[in-house]
Design a protein around this ligand. Structure first.
Ligand SMILES: C[S@@+](CC[C@H](N)C(=O)[O-])C[C@H]1O[C@@H](n2cnc3c(N)ncnc32)[C@H](O)[C@@H]1O
Length: 213
């Protein structure tokens, strides 16, 4: 909220999903033209997934995969090319339209749903072998308990939930394991959890914290 002098009072800020959505509609257009997302590389068949996540998620051939906060669908399409039966979800209508058009253009079989991830059970009925979400996701969500309930809702028994995130969430872990290197920042964190394993029904391992060398 702007003060009389025009600066922003963060402690008066409250979550506004419509503002976030409008922002992402704009950014989806910008990202679709950007070198970072490089849609032409995806068109040429390049895989945008990181080697570590391909390794940690494992073989997705013939599996159903739900990609939460998929944005313009580049990673979703890459999972489909690896044999997964994919459903991407994002609350930006522009992002979902770009993802849908791209998959159609590339003849990749992918389904995209425009929905708030926290309300997804209201509009999608299914179970998935893999629930996947990556890079730049948690920081946008106002209620992580509810988000975790949504993840659990869609995960099939024995299925795998995979999260890998970057800033700002990764910064929570700065220095956690490296007190000797105070200026180094953790740039990525990943969590893989398998439904139906472990003491309380879930097993969870933090499988990768990446610190730049
Ligand atoms: C940083 S992007 C994710 C980028 C993605 N990993 C990729 O490589 O394309 C974050 C995405 O989260 C989406 N998002 C934010 N809040 C959401 C919500 N409540 N429900 C669904 N999508 C949401 C935004 O529309 C945006 O597309």
């Amino acid at each position: 909220m702007a003060s009389p002098r025009g600066w922003v009072c963060w402690h008066d800020w409250s979550f506004r999903p419509d503002t976030n959505r409008a922002l992402w509609d704009e950014w989806a257009e910008i990202h679709a033209r950007s070198d970072w997302y490089n849609l032409d590389a995806v068109r040429r068949g390049e895989c945008k997934l990181r080697p570590y996540e391909i390794d940690e998620v494992g073989d997705v051939g013939g599996k159903t995969l739900l990609h939460l906060q998929c944005q313009i669908g580049t990673d979703t399409i890459c999972w489909a090319r690896r044999g997964a039966d994919v459903t991407g979800v994002d609350f930006s209508a522009r992002a979902v339209a770009i993802a849908t058009d791209l998959a159609r253009e590339l003849a990749v079989d992918a389904r995209f749903v425009c929905a708030d991830v926290l309300r997804l059970p209201d509009v999608l009925e299914a179970e998935f072998d893999v629930v996947y979400t990556s890079r730049g996701v948690l920081g946008w969500l106002p209620d992580l308990d509810r988000w975790a309930t949504v993840v659990a809702h869609f995960l099939a028994p024995g299925g795998v939930f995979y999260l890998t995130d970057v800033h700002p969430v990764a910064k929570v872990f700065v220095n956690q394991d490296r007190p000797d290197r105070p200026r180094r920042a953790v740039t990525q964190v990943s969590v893989a959890a398998q439904h139906g394993r472990g003491r309380d029904g879930h097993c969870c391992r933090r499988s990768a914290d990446r610190v730049p060398s």
